[in-house]
Ligand binder design. Structure first.
Ligand code: URA
Length: 195
């Protein structure tokens, strides 16, 4: 297995490659490449869709309104934001925050795979439909499938509502989000206690 020096070197390599990436046209419109943030040895990885305006400007995922709402859910269920790793399917902002195109997802997915190999989380939690469709099932329906768990290789994977969706007036989904986030915290505690 790779030692800490190897792992740090691989992270540096990944940062260097992604910050200069032009595999798709978003490379020419971004301000910053948004690779990820948080604990690189986290037991859980949250994967959103793509950076928005605030993320593009700061280079950090989930720092805008959706991120603030996500932070509230972390707090509500007792998860420290610094103890998780957060990233997105796309590392660059799509214009006007439109949905990622399949070609953009394909160009970028190798970077996420490398992040997963380096972090080696126990849980991958997809934030929203786009991430769930890419990482769990292309036919996923968020209203039906949110909160379900699947084992994929070494990882437990789930999908929850995207915080941006919860910013719309939709109290029902907010309650379901709280239930799903509690389920994530329980799974995390359960898997940690197995070690
Ligand atoms: N929405 C996302 O999917 N990711 C971010 O980083 C911010 C908003």
């Amino acid at each position: 297995m790779a030692d800490n020096n190897d792992i740090n070197r691989l992270w540096e390599e990944l940062e260097q490659i992604t910050s200069g990436c032009h595999k798709c046209p978003l490379g020419s419109t971004r301000t910053n490449c948004v690779l990820g943030c948080g604990d690189r040895k986290a037991d859980i990885m949250f994967v959103g869709e793509a950076p928005g305006e605030n993320e593009d400007l700061s280079g950090i995922p989930f720092v805008g309104r959706a991120g603030k709402l996500l932070d509230k859910y972390f707090e509500a269920v007792g998860i420290e934001r610094d103890s998780v790793y957060i990233c997105n399917i796309l590392k660059c902002r799509p214009p006007q925050n439109r949905d990622p195109l399949p070609a953009e997802e394909e160009a970028c997915i190798g970077y996420l795979r490398q992040q997963v190999r380096l972090v080696r989380p126990k849980i991958i939690a997809c934030l929203g439909r786009v991430s769930g469709m890419k990482l769990i099932d292309p036919n996923l329906r968020i209203t039906k499938d949110h909160g379900k768990w699947v084992k994929k290789g070494d990882f437990w994977v789930t999908v929850v509502y995207h915080p941006s969706y919860l910013l719309r007036p939709n109290a029902g989904a907010r309650e379901q989000m709280l239930t799903d986030m509690k389920s994530i915290k329980s799974k995390l505690d359960e898997l940690r206690s197995e070690n």
